[in-house]
Design a protein around this ligand. Structure first.
Ligand code: SAM
Length: 250
């Protein structure tokens, strides 16, 4: 199974939103604020700004930016995720321009104040090439935020994923198996499947991704989570990290 097929049968994260309150308050809003701290912006700073979300999945994050007044474009290669995203936005009566496209084929304009790509590039076969393409969309002075799996933090998961890949059972049975192991730990089953059964993922280090930003004309402005002396501190604990950078003016 390839990544596109996987996310077509397993749209991610598909968080249930009953009303705008579920987006603007509670655990989802709290997670969004953690992301936004890496950019040093407040939700209301999105008012009137242009935002692009690359690999938006089922659309929760673009809906959040749009509900704070941003003009949002959001792309994903999974048709089913885009369909769910449009339904979610329709239900909450919020306008987002959802586009079904492979990020490697998309025509990037240079017009966005904020570009996000969280949990996406590590599922592609050339994350750095993807980074370079996406970074073109950021206007001078604008901000790019990337989220990736961490080499050391993700190691126990990488070991488990390797063992699961070797199990001689069907994909459906693997799903049942991981649900049995992890249902208590993570409530959303798509989170469990994504973690252990997504067909391909790469892992990265902060120093590597900092180099991507710097060699592409960005200044790194925020990293989550924090570490004191070395990112080795994340070993087995922090499997996902977020980096934001500001594009140099001119
Ligand atoms: C783990 S989900 C992350 C979704 C969302 N960014 C979030 O933070 O909730 C990864 C998403 O990346 C999308 N994706 C993977 N490769 C892609 C590509 N080459 N072009 C566009 N989307 C891609 C998948 O379809 C999937 O929806």
């Amino acid at each position: 199974m390839n990544t596109q097929k996987y996310y077509t049968s397993n749209p991610y994260p598909d968080i249930k939103f009953e009303s705008r309150k579920d987006v603007l308050k509670g655990p989802f809003a709290w997670r969004m604020r953690t992301i936004l701290r890496t950019l040093n912006v407040k939700p209301n700073d999105f008012k009137g700004k242009r935002v692009l979300d690359v690999g938006c999945g089922t659309g929760e994050k673009p809906i959040y930016y749009a509900l704070h007044g941003a003009n949002v474009d959001a792309i994903d290669q999974s048709e089913k995720s885009i369909k769910i995203a449009k339904e979610k936005a329709g239900k909450l009566k919020v306008s987002v321009n959802f586009i079904c496209s492979d990020l490697f084929m998309f025509k990037y304009s240079h017009a966005y104040d904020y570009v996000f790509s969280l949990g996406v590039l590590h599922h592609t076969n050339n994350p750095y090439k993807g980074f370079k393409l996406i970074s073109q969309a950021v206007k001078p002075g604008g901000i790019l935020t990337i989220g990736l799996y961490h080499l050391f933090g993700r190691l126990p998961t990488t070991v488990m994923r390797t063992m699961l890949s070797l199990l001689p059972i069907s994909f459906e049975n693997k799903k049942r198996f991981v649900m049995r192991l992890y249902a208590r730990r993570w409530k959303n089953e798509q989170v469990i499947f994504d973690r252990y059964l997504a067909p391909y993922e790469s892992t990265h280090t902060v120093s590597e991704v900092k180099r991507w930003f710097e060699s592409d004309g960005f200044k790194v402005i925020g990293i989550y989570p924090k570490y004191n002396l070395s990112e080795l501190e994340w070993f087995g604990k922090k499997s996902f990290f977020i980096i934001s950078g500001r594009k140099n003016n001119g």
